[in-house]
Design a protein. Structure first.
Length: 162
């Protein structure tokens, strides 16, 4: 079954309103209300070179404590993801903390583990958002299914730039 997100336009209501809400909080300097669950990533446009901002859900933390794990829910076609591929340097803001960041893809094993941990930690969000909207069917539950999901949904690590 195809993903429902293929059919949904993230710029149009009602999904657009829901997805824009965290961005509005960050623009009003109220991102701290979202705690550590969301981060604002400012990347350079791959063609224009202009700063582009996107607010993304943090799906996990790097076990070594080196960074935050995010996913490109719209897959490799998301504009912010394409910009990060062209230039992995970014500016990140989580709550009130801001830092220069580097955004790097996780390998398939680490990505599958991050998705599995997210599914266990955030059961409701995983079941209703990831399962119903992103996958278009029941959420995956076996290690093999998580590995398959990790191949289709880019999972990235946002860490302080060195």
């Amino acid at each position: 079954m195809p993903s429902l997100l293929v059919e949904l336009d993230p710029t149009r209501p009602p999904l657009g309103w829901l997805l824009r809400f965290p961005s509005l909080l960050y623009r009003a300097n109220l991102g701290w209300l979202l705690g550590q669950r969301f981060l604002e990533l400012t990347v350079r446009g791959r063609k224009s070179g202009l700063a582009r901002r996107v607010v993304l859900e943090v799906i996990g933390h790097d076990p070594s404590g080196a960074g935050l794990i995010i996913a490109s829910a719209w897959g490799p076609r998301a504009q912010w993801f394409r910009n990060v591929q062209a230039c992995p340097r970014a500016q990140a803001r989580v709550g009130r903390r801001e830092f220069a960041a580097e955004v790097v893809p996780l390998d398939e094993r680490a990505a599958a583990e991050a998705l599995q941990e997210y599914a266990q930690t955030h059961r409701w969000a995983y079941r209703w958002f990831i399962g119903r909207l992103l996958l278009g069917h029941r959420p995956v539950s076996t290690p093999a299914e998580f590995a398959g999901l990790a191949r289709s949904v880019p999972i990235l690590l946002v860490r302080a730039a060195t």
